[in-house]
Design a protein around this ligand. Structure first.
Ligand SMILES: C[S@@+](CC[C@H](N)C(=O)[O-])C[C@H]1O[C@@H](n2cnc3c(N)ncnc32)[C@H](O)[C@@H]1O
Length: 148
């Protein structure tokens, strides 16, 4: 992602396990992209603390998010997306990509995107496989935000 994004873009990874954040930082250092990525230790669903930190310490403002990748607790996909929508960080044309929507599965998130198709969101369901093999089918959802 860091290599593909525009030169003035910045990538933030929200990770609640400090040890995992430390590993991620070492990988980014090895890849030479440390200056463009920040790990924020916390969780979007922690009651507002991490959301507030993203606003006050990292400049998240209305319409500032072009792209969001969700690949954490599958049950948190939809509530976390709704928290982000409440903060109005997405803009018309922002893209949200969600991994593992079939396995382990994020049925509430998928149902929401289907229900909102053409009104709040336009979604393409990409057929793929669970990582590291080609036997178990999975889905990646790519959703364009159509605006509030
Ligand atoms: C599947 S891994 C992410 C892999 C990464 N996207 C990649 O492709 O290399 C999921 C990570 O999300 C973290 N995580 C799980 N639930 C979370 C939550 N509710 N808030 C923040 N981080 C969470 C886990 O600690 C784990 O490091």
């Amino acid at each position: 992602m860091a290599r593909e994004m525009p030169p003035d873009a910045r990538l933030y990874s929200v990770e609640f396990a400090e040890a995992n954040a430390a590993i991620a930082r070492r990988i980014w250092d090895h890849a030479g992209v440390t200056d463009r990525i920040t790990a924020v230790v916390g969780s979007i669903g922690d009651g507002g603390g991490t959301l507030d930190t993203l606003e006050t310490a990292h400049g998240f403002t209305s319409g500032a998010l072009d792209f969001l990748f969700v690949d954490h607790d599958k049950a948190a996909y939809l509530p976390d997306l709704k928290h982000i929508l409440e903060r109005r960080w997405l803009h018309k044309g922002s893209v949200v990509v969600a991994d593992n929507v079939r396995v382990p599965g994020a049925p509430a998130y998928r149902a929401y995107m289907r229900e909102m198709e053409g009104t709040g969101w336009r979604t393409v369901e990409h057929k793929t496989h669970v990582e590291y093999q080609t036997l178990i089918p999975d889905l990646v959802l790519e959703s364009e935000y159509l605006g509030p």
